[in-house]
Design a binder for this molecule. Structure first.
Ligand code: PMP
Length: 375
């Protein structure tokens, strides 16, 4: 029977406690959201919502075509200019998602003959970019510049080191300065995904590249998403103008994808302007993370010390992680639940987003509910 094998896979998944289901999120509810990635609390900010609405009214609900045909509006150009200036890079290019931005950057910057050196903890979109690229790839230890050095030393020809800046599972940060030094030793490029760093890391949320002193470097390319700190949707690649021009001409997920919807561009632009006006939001997210972590560890939970705005709490098993997250939700606290295969080490976790707009009372409530529902 066609697709009969799907039932066998579903049964294996069920037995391992790894079934995933979709649950619509109610529009208005008392739910305390620590599961989404709205780090700065901007997704519902009136200025951001109005930015989206105004853009849709002016430019339409959809961008109508590929960026190279009809999908580039004046608003796209404005957002790209402002993102580049904010993060300190020469140029920027926005995409329909962070996922397609990563596919574009990796595939276009690693032609045949290139060595891709990848951190073992990289996000799925970077991994998929590496799979699509016609380059040789080597996976090295997590946050291990020495392993990257070894890989580069053994290779002749162009190379690209690829890493998240903040890893999405545990929220731990990559040693960007050391990675950049290793790359420079061998004339390799450095490509980093700042999905969880933009808006949280660096001066006023300018991102991990900026924080590591790598902004504007001619051998560094940064990707990010517009869907987390900026509360919108879409992705971006930041880097030297010649790299961005190359992506416009060579990146398949840029050329063959419909341009980012005007509403998303308008929302991201409004969020970026808000962040420039209220730079303290970034530091506030990091402070909330530190406070959540301190309170959770004081309550006896095994939580990873946060480098950015992600707090990860260990769960005993995938089944217990699912039950724990469901019990939290029943108590009106939404937390993320990470299980294999999303976690490379097989350890299930609850994942909490340290939103800048959480009050002391909300932090206390989250910690209390997580404690009360603990398996
Ligand atoms: N990179 C990382 C590290 C991410 O966590 C995500 C989102 N989960 C992405 C890329 C993809 O971004 P987007 O959701 O905008 O496609």
């Amino acid at each position: 029977m066609a697709f009969g094998w799907i039932d066998e896979q579903a049964e294996l998944r069920r037995r391992a406690g790894l079934v995933r289901t979709l649950r619509p999120r109610p529009a208005d509810s008392p739910l305390l959201d620590l599961a989404g990635n709205d780090y700065l609390g901007l997704a519902h900010h009136p200025e951001v919502v109005e930015g989206a609405a105004r853009a849709a009214r002016t430019w339409g609900a959809g961008s109508t075509g590929s960026r190279l045909v009809t999908g580039t509006t004046g608003l796209h150009a404005e957002l790209e200019r402002e993102l580049a200036v904010f993060c300190g890079f020469e140029a920027a290019l926005v995409f329909s998602s962070g996922y397609t931005a990563n596919l574009a950057a990796v595939t276009a910057l690693a032609p045949h003959g290139t060595l891709l050196v990848c951190d073992a903890g990289n996000h799925a979109s970077l991994i998929d970019g590496c799979r699509l690229a016609r380059a040789e790839r080597q996976i090295v230890g997590h946050r291990d510049p020495e392993a990257a050095r070894k890989a580069l030393r053994a290779h002749e020809g162009p190379a690209l080191v690829v890493s998240d800046t903040v890893f999405s599972v545990d929220g731990d940060a990559a040693p960007l300065g050391e990675l950049a030094s290793v790359c420079r030793e061998f004339g390799a490029g450095l490509l980093v995904d700042d999905a969880h760093g933009l808006g949280v890391f660096g001066d006023g949320g300018r991102g991990a590249g900026h924080a590591a002193g790598l902004a504007g470097a001619d051998d560094v390319v940064v990707t990010a998403t517009l869907s987390k700190s900026l509360g919108s949707q879409g992705g971006v690649v930041l880097g030297p103008a010649r790299v961005i021009d190359h992506l416009v001409n060579a990146a398949r997920t840029f050329i063959f994808d419909t341009g980012l919807a005007p509403a998303s561009v308008g929302a991201a632009l409004a969020a970026l302007r808000l962040l420039r006006r209220e730079p303290e939001r970034a530091a506030r997210a990091r402070r909330v993370a530190a406070e959540l972590h301190a309170r959770l560890t004081a309550a006896g939970h095994e939580a990873v010390r946060p480098d950015a705005a992600v707090v990860s709490v260990r769960a005993p098993s995938p089944e217990e992680a699912v039950r724990w997250a469901a019990d939290c939700r029943a108590a009106q606290v939404a937390v993320g639940c990470f299980r294999p295969p999303s976690v490379p080490d097989g350890i299930s976790r609850l994942r909490l987003t340290a939103r800048a707009d959480l009050s002391g009372e909300q932090i206390e409530r989250a910690v209390r509910v997580i404690g009360e529902t603990r398996p």
